[in-house]
Design a protein around this ligand. Sequence first.
Ligand code: MG
Length: 159
Amino acid sequence: MRIGHGYDVHRLTEGRALVLGGVTIPWNLGLLGHSDADVLTHAVMDALLGAAGLGDIGQHFPDSDPAYRGISSITLLRQVVSLLREHRFWVGNLDATIVAQQPKLAPYLPGMRRNLAMCLGLPEERINLKATTEEGLGFTGTGQGMAAHAVVLLKEASD
Ligand code: MG
């Protein structure tokens, strides 16, 4: 088994869609970034790449590359999963936390879980998603941005 950790932050701004785990959430602010800025999916990809010893998403999908402008992070996650398969890694489980003061994310977590399960080729019970606030403290608490943490286990094919 190998463990990987991912962490990501994006700034909140007007005029952008709020996309988390591939779910578009109705809100007056969205996350700023070169892709769709899906902070949860970015943290998940970094955890997967980290566990595999394959670097990070900045190396695989540089934000200087116009090919990735506005791209769905779920599409990028599928590419990361293919890369893991090529290296003969299988995902054991995923646990992730979104840090956001607003909006209330609980109603959207099942949809995010379904999307991530589909991408990772995992039953949903192997995926756990949580959302928390930071009690009004720091950049998430004041609504300047959102953060996400993810931890995964990978299994290495033994033969
Ligand atoms: Mg990011």
